[in-house]
Design a binder for this molecule. Structure first.
Ligand SMILES: Cc1cc2nc3c(=O)[nH]c(=O)nc-3n(C[C@H](O)[C@H](O)[C@H](O)COP(=O)(O)OP(=O)(O)OC[C@H]3O[C@@H](n4cnc5c(N)ncnc54)[C@H](O)[C@@H]3O)c2cc1C
Length: 302
């Protein structure tokens, strides 16, 4: 990014812009090199500025919620990362919850507990924002966020603000058409139902207990690295292939959950990427199954 492009961003965002920020400081993997510019938009017109910046200069603009599903290259990323955390309002009317995309899922769940609303408990323990969850249709074995979404408001790739109903968007396992449709997701409404706060809390603590038991939450990671191929569990395949505990530098295939790669020290993104490649090659050779990444790679690899 040129100095004049940086100045353009600085002049618009002022103190809400920084330059050469390391991705290891904002990703849950705690890896990744310098990003040319990071900004903190907080209203629609800031998104419109970013859209025009992209359109007029060709600078890549990438939105980041909690950085819990991305792997940023050690070479960094020559573009703008726009953090969504300022889009944080939540409200409800009867049995509908509306939230902005930068809200963390645990905040929405907390809001629902306060209001005695049930339906979002299955998202417990997913350390992302609503925007990140919508982009990849986050969820668990039993449910995905698309099961409860009613509508999504977003800016499309032509710079137009749109609101679409759930049915207008194609959703599949860990796939949402929003990835292609939306430049930026602003907000969503979700269907909930009246429930009992005590029972909701009980369900949540059971889910959290189960997660702590089965996932290596003590290490930095991005959750499951690969999608489950049709008819299989990626974790089970990796475990059967004898890969648990295998390391590349300080990146390791978790002993607790084989579909997690954990950063056990100062791992680099390249270590993680090499492990991913090794897992894919091994599973292809042993079972002729192609594992597709669930996490998103940003920047140049290796
Ligand atoms: C310990 C752990 C457990 C996890 N468990 C699960 C699980 O059970 N199920 C599951 O599905 N995932 C799980 N994940 C992965 C991750 O938390 C989810 O995918 C989460 O929804 C990502 O949200 P995020 O805000 O961190 O997204 P980010 O990583 O910040 O971004 C992910 C993608 O969404 C895009 N994006 C984010 N916000 C916007 C926006 N407002 N507009 C446009 N694009 C946007 C980004 O550009 C990027 O392409 C886990 C991760 C960890 C670390």
């Amino acid at each position: 990014m040129s100095d004049s492009e940086k100045k353009l961003i600085q002049d618009y965002f002022g103190r809400q812009a920084s330059f050469n920020v390391y991705a290891k400081d904002f990703t849950t993997f705690k890896t990744g090199g310098p990003v040319s510019a990071v900004v903190y938009p907080c209203e629609k017109r800031d998104i419109e500025f970013l859209f025009n910046l992209k359109k007029n200069t060709g600078i890549i603009v990438k939105f980041v919620g909690n950085g819990s599903n991305i792997l940023v290259s050690d070479h960094g990323f020559d573009g703008v990362i726009a953090f969504t955390k300022n889009f944080s309002h939540i409200e409800c009317e009867d049995e509908i919850v509306g939230a902005f995309s930068g809200v963390k899922l645990n905040k929405v769940i907390g809001f629902c507990i306060e209001k005695g609303l049930s339906g979002l408990e299955f998202l417990t323990g997913i350390p992302g924002t609503l925007g990140g969850a919508l982009i990849m249709n986050a969820g668990t074995k039993t449910m995905s966020i698309s099961d409860i979404v009613l509508s999504v408001e977003f800016m499309d790739h032509d710079g137009k603000w749109c609101r679409e109903k759930r049915e207008q968007i194609t959703w599949k396992y860990r796939y949402s058409q929003l990835k292609g449709k939306a430049f930026f997701i602003l907000s969503a409404t979700m269907k909930v139902k009246k429930g009992n706060a005590q029972e909701i809390k009980k369900t949540i603590s059971e889910i959290m207990k189960q997660r702590k038991h089965s996932q290596p939450l003590e290490y930095p990671s991005a959750g499951s690295v690969f999608k489950n191929p049709e008819g299989f569990f990626a974790g089970a395949l990796i475990e059967q292939a004898g890969l648990k505990g295998y390391c590349e530098g300080k990146a390791k295939i978790s002993e607790k959950h084989a579909n997690f790669i954990v950063n056990t020290g100062n791992a680099s993104s390249t270590d993680i990427w090499k492990l991913m490649r090794y897992i894919q090659q091994t599973i292809k050779n042993k079972y002729n199954i192609t594992l597709e990444p669930e996490i998103e790679l940003i920047g140049r690899f290796p």
